[in-house]
Design a protein. Structure first.
Length: 449
């Protein structure tokens, strides 16, 4: 009954109701666009690409991020990943170039300039990725008995369509952020992941039936897999919500004849302050080798491209793990600023008991963040490579993606963020929150997506 009452409360808030409707409509537009095939390709000729994607782990991961548009030769085939890659580059430049650092300090005007540069770089990346995708698409379709002939001008025309499709997805994400509920870019990725889940779990179930290929363990094994999946989800939720509380004592202030302050409060420092951003950053970097190889069948070859296109391989997962740990520290350094926190406490007559205000407080907060970030980053890296272990124990390629990695952490993080926004609307209008005890804690890191 509480759930039904909560739904009624959500629907009773006009602003929240409009935001949810707008979000659903924009998501519907995105999903419909995933089934619009590029001009010149017959849907019957795309089975070869679908089969190739299912056999290739990294290609399958790309297809999941695009919500299936990659394997369907859709106008949205390149998805939102080029924008994320561009965002990574811009944020890295903000760490090394003084001009970009200055824009980061300029507030809203600087943020708009950086967003504009990100869009320009996204277009440049799309102009490089789209021809590679089209060439591979032609090879795969023709290799399966279809007939697709693409000359220079055809590739140029389709490149413009693919680039426009990805930019349109970016625009949809921004509209969801402004007029809908949740963070738009993250929500777009979430929808693509969820769209693949029903098919993945159905395939895993049928493969465990007696007489099917890979039916070792039968339905008992399938039940065990579901239990393990719930356990991993719970672990991911704890990773996203885990905090370390730092006590702050506020000194009394006398204004006129009244005393203010004197109470003790806590600063919640998150164990994983970077949220899912490190895993998204690392995944985008790991997509580069297959992009340079032209989305081709580099997995069957040898050397660098083959090694880093095999998502089940040792070196791929080792480099992936190390990059996640490094990006966790990097993104935490960007989003958590101990010096600013120390200055704010000092300005408000606050101090940490036993620690001098100012520089010593900043150093103390920085040391705490370093200590709690290390286990958080290692746990994040372990969760990221769990799909490789799941595949090692015989779980199908499709279903293994949901045992950890980018898909699970994005799913958990974005859902918690969205529910947190819904709860904020409910509390603001004096309704009960979504949870009976306590509040939902999302990824309050200020991430761009």
């Amino acid at each position: 009954m509480r759930f039904i009452q909560t739904i009624k409360n959500i629907w009773a808030i006009e602003e929240l109701r409009k935001r949810i409707i707008v979000t659903l409509l924009l998501v519907l537009v995105y999903r419909l666009g995933c089934y619009v095939v590029l001009p010149g390709f017959h849907p019957d000729d795309l089975d070869a690409l679908a089969n190739f994607t299912n056999k290739s782990g990294l290609m399958q991961l790309l297809d999941m991020f695009s919500g299936g548009a990659f394997s369907q030769a859709s106008i949205f085939a390149l998805g939102i990943m080029p924008y994320i890659t561009a965002s990574i580059v811009i944020q890295l430049l903000g760490m090394v170039l003084p001009s970009f650092q200055k824009m980061q300090r300029e507030g809203e005007s600087g943020r708009q300039k950086l967003n504009q540069y990100t869009r320009y770089l996204t277009v440049l990346i799309l102009l490089l990725q789209a021809p590679a995708y089209l060439v591979n698409l032609q090879v795969q379709v023709n290799g399966a008995g279809g007939h697709v002939a693409m000359g220079f001008w055809t590739i140029a025309f389709l490149t413009i369509i693919l680039a426009a499709g990805s930019m349109f997805i970016m625009w949809l994400g921004e509209r969801i952020t402004d007029r809908g509920i949740g963070n738009g870019i993250s929500f777009i990725i979430l929808v693509g992941i969820i769209a693949r889940f029903p098919g993945a779990i159905f395939y895993e179930f049928t493969s465990r039936l007696p007489g099917s290929t890979g039916s070792e363990g039968g339905l008992i094994m399938f039940i065990v897999e579901i239990i393990l999946l719930f356990a991993v989800v719970i672990g991911a939720v704890l990773l996203v919500q885990g905090t370390r509380k730092v006590p702050v004592q506020y000194a009394k202030r006398i204004v006129g004849n009244k005393q203010y302050g004197g109470a003790r409060q806590y600063i919640p420092l998150k164990v994983n302050a970077a949220g899912v951003m490190p895993i998204i950053f690392a995944q985008a970097i790991m997509f580069i080798p297959i992009t340079l190889a032209g989305f081709g069948s580099s997995e069957s070859g040898t050397g660098f491209f083959s090694t880093f296109s095999d998502i089940n391989g040792f070196w791929y997962n080792l480099v992936y793990f190390v990059m996640i740990v490094a990006f966790t520290y990097f993104y935490t350094a960007i989003t958590v600023r101990p010096t600013q926190m120390a200055e704010d406490m000092k300005r408000n007559n606050g101090f940490i008991p036993g620690v001098k205000p100012g520089k010593k407080t900043a150093e103390y907060l920085d040391s705490i963040m370093s200590r709690i970030t290390l286990p958080g980053s290692i746990f994040l890296g372990i969760v990221a490579i769990l799909p490789a272990f799941a595949r090692f124990f015989g779980i199908s390629q499709n279903f293994a993606q949901f045992f950890g990695g980018t898909s699970l952490l994005i799913l958990v993080g974005v859902v918690l963020d969205t529910l947190q926004q819904v709860e904020s609307h409910l509390m603001m209008h004096h309704y009960d929150g979504l949870m009976k005890d306590g509040k939902i804690k999302g990824r309050t890191t200020g991430s761009a997506y």
